[in-house]
Design a protein around this ligand. Structure first.
Ligand code: AMP
Ligand code: MG
Length: 415
């Protein structure tokens, strides 16, 4: 595993991009493979390149319900009358069209040898056993040639691709019943904090319910991992290391939330220093400054902040690339979409800030971003009531109302 030199306990906050890259470099793809039926492969990461073993479509066929004909039998510039010589439905072997005439044909039926054009049934007049064809048809109309989409041997999907419904459709179309994927990374998940209580239990004085595990279980699952929920860790300097080490033994990554900052009850970094390595723990991101990345007993470790919005945002930019690496998945750059700001905002230079916004249809077609009034890093309701994040880069001047800035929809951060 490639290891980066740690950067020291009191380091300056690291840029989001460097933190993401370092998090990736701590992880290596899991080794195990599984062969799954297509019905179980949605969302899984392909472990092999897939080449087509046959052309798509496999044979030339009709794109419409109509009549197959030989273009050379048509009169140029006037109607043509031709006899109907037969009929081919989808799934039937094609008869040959050897004489002037047409064959009734249906969508997906093979083009009869000899024919080179199909006319839509809506475009002809049928008079008994004769069709009257309009002038102006083009050779090759309404015909899907063999191999038009895919030629035999084409690379249709690459190793590392995360399978989506349309990929499964394509795999089926080229005749695959199974596919070889990587096993999902097993991710140990803890919350830390003496104030935390399991939902469903009575809430003690000064207690709050543990929101982060519910959030993170689902974020991890959507990112293609298998969460192993290990519950709540108390803010106890003595027991923390053993629990983390135990989790590291049979998981590919250990994730915690909370306890990673500079408070006296923040023991996660100390545990990491005792048990493994700490690459960095401060990131120039808002919300979310404390994020620790390192290893515990040789297993990659990710310590997320405690505030739920900070968890959500740092997960998007640091955990996701790390998880993709563990999963052996390609990680294409996140595409930002342009939106117009419906507000001004003075950020803090040197730190990348993400603002929760809802979108409205703008009059000029560009979406208008409205900032959510709940700005706190603990405001889960602000995440629930917004559509995505406006990104304010580290080095740009303050954002002014009416400016175009980059936006990331939540949907793009949850795949
Ligand atoms: P910490 O970094 O541990 O000091 O936590 C920062 C803030 O996040 C505190 O207000 C915590 O109560 C809160 N917090 C930490 N963990 C959770 C959790 N699992 N669910 C909800 N809030 C949390
Ligand atoms: Mg805490």
């Amino acid at each position: 595993m490639a290891r980066l030199k740690g950067i020291g306990p009191g380091h300056a906050p690291m840029s989001v991009d460097e933190a993401g890259a370092r998090a990736v470099s701590v992880a290596a793809p899991v080794a195990g493979l599984q062969t799954l039926p297509l019905s179980q492969a949605d969302g899984r990461v392909l472990a092999e390149d897939i080449r087509a073993g046959l052309p798509l479509p496999p044979f030339a066929n009709s794109a419409v319900d109509g009549y197959a004909l030989r273009f050379g039998d048509l009169a140029l510039g006037s109607e043509t009358r031709l006899p109907v010589l037969g009929r081919i439905a989808a799934g039937e072997a094609a008869a040959t069209l050897a004489a002037p005439g047409v064959l009734r044909i249906f969508t997906g039926a093979p083009i009869p040898p000899g024919a080179d054009t199909v006319v839509m049934q809506e475009d002809v007049r049928r008079e008994g056993d004769v069709v009257v064809l309009p002038p102006g048809l083009q050779r090759g109309d309404n015909l899907r040639p063999a191999g038009e989409d895919v030629a035999p041997g084409d690379l249709v999907l690459s190793a590392g691709h995360r399978l989506r419904p349309q990929d499964l459709g394509l795999l089926a179309a080229i005749g695959h019943e199974h596919v070889t994927v990587r096993r999902r990374p097993r991710v140990a998940l803890f919350s830390t904090g003496d104030e935390l209580t399991e939902p469903g239990q009575p809430l003690p004085p000064a207690g709050i319910y543990d929101a982060n595990r519910a959030l993170l279980r689902a974020l991890l699952a959507r990112a293609g991992a298998e969460p192993v929920d290990l519950g709540i860790l108390r803010d106890d300097r003595d027991s923390l290391p053993a629990r983390l080490a135990e989790a590291a033994r049979d998981c590919d990554l250990v994730v915690t939330s909370g306890g990673v900052s500079v408070g006296e009850e923040d023991h996660v970094r100390a545990a990491l220093s005792a048990l493994g390595t700490l690459d960095f723990w401060r990131v120039a991101i808002k919300p979310g400054k404390p994020v620790a990345v390192g290893t515990v007993a040789g297993t990659p470790f990710l310590g997320l902040p405690g505030n739920p919005v900070a968890v959500f945002v740092t997960f998007a930019f640091i955990a996701r690339p790390m998880l993709a690496r563990l999963a052996g998945a390609l990680y294409p750059p996140l595409l930002r979409l342009p939106v117009r700001l419906g507000f001004s905002h003075q950020g803090k230079p040197g730190r990348r800030e993400f603002l929760r916004v809802s979108l409205e249809q703008g009059v000029d077609g560009v979406s208008l971003a409205r900032r959510h009034s709940g700005e706190g890093a603990g405001s889960l309701v602000s995440l629930v009531q917004s559509d995505g994040l406006v990104e304010l880069a580290e080095d740009l001047p303050p954002a002014e109302e009416g400016e175009i800035r980059p936006f990331l929809p939540y949907a793009a951060l949850l795949g």
